[in-house]
Design a protein around this ligand. Sequence first.
Ligand code: ZN
Length: 141
Amino acid sequence: MSDCTELSDRMPDVALGRAAWTETEQRHLAECADCRAEWEFVTAASRLGATLPATDPALVSTVLLARLAREHERARARIRLWSAAGLAAAAAVIVALWTGGRLGGFGRDGGRGSSTPRVATAPVPPTPPPSPAGSTAIPTW
Ligand SMILES: [Zn+2]
């Protein structure tokens, strides 16, 4: 195994403080540009998340379970609301069909008699006969 590979394998442990560079490894780092670039990358990656606050897994799971329970309850409330709306719509359709028989639609009498539409009428005055003299009527041939 080359020096570069050995150094690369030890970088995570050194970056996390679980090991330290030997004098030979430090000399190699000073001379090898590839290992130095890799070392900068590993140390930068090991610092990611270092500024985040420490979290308590038990607290996180408790908060998460509480939130899931609230979401579940909201979903059930929405289902109840839509079910009530569906029942109301079905009731409205039934009422419309039931009262439709009295208004000329389909009713309990099967559409006989009461299915005749009611139309409003008004008396029309009779038209006068055409006058023979000075008639402006259109001639017929
Ligand atoms: Zn190297």
